[in-house]
Design a protein. Structure first.
Length: 551
């Protein structure tokens, strides 16, 4: 089942399931974008960090909140209906409640449309009638032994909805991806991103203890959205670090053997969307102990890499690389080093195996190492790809950190929160001329076409349009539009607060709108040398923009 909308719809987080975040709409262009104006705003009723985007279908927006989802008239901003999860459904996970990442999924069908969301308060997927907000089905996908949550809205992959229950940093819960039948909500498959079954071949990659609640070993959560390729039938997700994160922890290293790979953590995994079977994986950091969760959103495109067009997954790594991987086989086609100062992940050998600097592993609890990038080059925010320009527009950060060993309490019990890595304050040499950036990259060559650099971290998503534009919001409260080819800033609009959200564009009444959320409950610091204050916090607000000719 493929959701079929029109060119003015935005049915899930990546616009289509391949995650390009590119719209064919072209009413707003390089020539007239400077005339964009605010046409309506909506206070979403909570204070928190927003990291997703609305979905849009037939002129209606569907927006995840900290309590459920709201349906909004895309032309006027008037609320049509609200769905709120009951207080009795809340699961205590230790994670702060927030609006799920990604976007609601809208699936049109002959009788109307269905909206699918992840509950913000429990590990449950909910199907709602798009016209009324009434529940069609609700499925709890949580494991009874773990305090799990769904941090991200589902991905629609053919006839399957895919979600990744999370909580590995807290329970510690072994990570999983779960497939549900789109019609009934029945769980059809489960893939363990860390091997809890005795017969899982990946189990031998762990030591001295395998993943499981009894040892407090897990990790590998799919914290962010994935993508689906309808051509090959593959879904691709990034996975988190192992837990506990510290190799000095006796649960990770008994002092009598080599560092283990700990599959499938700090990786990208590709699964058959219909069955959940593993097609391939690419582990970026074997035996990760630096917090290199691979939680950026992949992008699937056709690339000509010298031997003809290939169906390719673009993987932006937290370690500072842009990878091109054959979607069908997992073959590493290209690896571009985008953060020259990277010191943990040094590159790839001729066989496509990552080269890790083993000297940066801590050998004692008193040792502190300088890790670059320390703020993750590619993080939660999704990039965008334009078929017109052939460029990937990637939010990214450049800074190093000082990491030390964590402490494991003597009275630790399964289910208790593992200790985070201890860290020292950054030193002046841990910063560079910029901190964050939106960078336009040729994914074939790795060449940078342009980069818009800022003195704050940049972890807000991008939007590309057929009007030759790229949009992104920034920590300085400015929502900007760029010329997709040159990077020239063509328009800028201040928002009410720092935004880490991802914009979309849609049609309502034949008019093209651009929408983005702002809102954050904690500020971020600026580059010390800039002298700028911390970013401004504020409640979650949805903004819609259109040209003056709009009604």
């Amino acid at each position: 089942m493929e959701a079929q909308g029109g060119p003015g719809d935005w049915l899930q987080f990546g616009h289509d399931p391949t995650g390009t975040r590119h719209s064919p709409l072209d009413q707003v262009t390089v020539a007239n974008v400077g005339e964009l104006r605010v046409v309506w705003t909506l206070d979403l009723g909570f204070v928190g960090r927003v990291q997703g985007s609305p979905a849009a279908y037939d002129g209606v927006l569907y927006v995840s909140t900290e309590s459920g989802v709201v349906a909004v008239d895309g032309a006027t901003g008037e609320v049509i209906w609200r769905y709120v999860e009951g207080a009795g459904d809340r699961t205590v996970t230790g994670l702060p409640v927030q609006a799920p990442r990604g976007a609601p999924v809208v699936s049109p069908h002959p009788n109307g449309a269905t909206v699918y969301i992840s509950s913000p308060t429990a590990p449950a997927v909910v199907a709602l009638d798009a016209a009324t907000g009434e529940i069609e089905w609700r499925t709890d996908v949580g494991h009874p032994d773990f305090a799990e949550a769904l941090r991200t809205n589902p991905l629609l992959a053919g006839g399957v909805l895919v979600v990744g229950p999370t909580g590995a940093d807290l329970s510690p819960a072994p990570g999983r991806l779960v497939g549900l039948d789109v019609h009934s909500g029945e769980v059809t498959w489960t893939f363990d991103t860390v091997p809890v079954k005795e017969d899982d071949p990946a189990r031998s990659s762990w030591g001295p203890f395998p993943p499981g609640r009894s040892f407090g070993v897990g990790g590998g959560s799919a914290w962010n959205a994935g993508v689906y390729d309808p051509v090959t039938g593959v879904v691709v997700y990034g996975t988190g670090q192992p837990v506990p994160a510290d190799q000095l922890d006796p649960r990770r290293d008994d002092g009598d053997g080599p560092v283990t790979a700990d599959l499938y953590t700090a990786s990208f995994v590709a699964l058959d969307a219909a069955t959940g079977e593993l097609r391939w994986y690419h582990q970026v950091v074997p035996g990760d102990e630096w917090g290199y969760d691979q939680h950026s959103v992949p992008v699937i495109v056709d690339l000509d890499v010298g031997d003809g067009p290939r169906r390719t997954a673009l993987l932006a790594t937290t370690t500072g690389y842009l990878l091109a991987v054959d979607v069908a086989t997992g073959e590493l086609v290209a690896a571009h080093r985008m953060f020259e100062e990277a010191n943990v992940h040094l590159g790839y050998d001729a066989e496509g195996v990552p080269l890790i600097d083993q000297s940066l592993r801590r050998r004692s609890i008193d040792e502190v190492v300088r890790v670059c990038p320390g703020s993750r080059w590619a993080s939660i925010a999704p990039g965008a790809y334009s078929p017109e320009s052939g460029l990937l527009y990637r939010p990214n950060d450049a800074a190093c950190s000082r990491q030390g060993a964590g402490n494991v309490p003597d009275d630790w019990q399964p289910g208790a929160r593992p200790a985070w890595l201890l860290a020292e304050a950054r030193a002046p040499e841990d910063y560079f001329e910029r901190w964050g950036a939106l960078t336009a990259i040729d994914p074939v060559t790795g060449d940078v076409a342009w980069s818009f650099d800022v003195p704050y971290p940049h972890d807000a998503g991008a939007l590309a349009t057929a009007g030759g534009l790229v949009f992104s919001a920034f920590a300085d409260r400015q929502f900007r539009a760029f010329d997709a080819t040159t990077g020239e800033v063509l328009w800028s609009q201040p928002l009410t607060a720092h935004s880490d959200a991802a914009p979309i564009t849609y049609l309502a009444g034949g008019v093209q709108y651009v929408a983005v959320m702002a809102g954050r409950d904690a500020p971020v610091q600026s580059l010390p040398a800039s002298g700028l204050p911390a970013s401004i916090t504020g409640p979650a607000v949805l903004f819609a923009f259109a040209l003056p000719t709009a009604p």
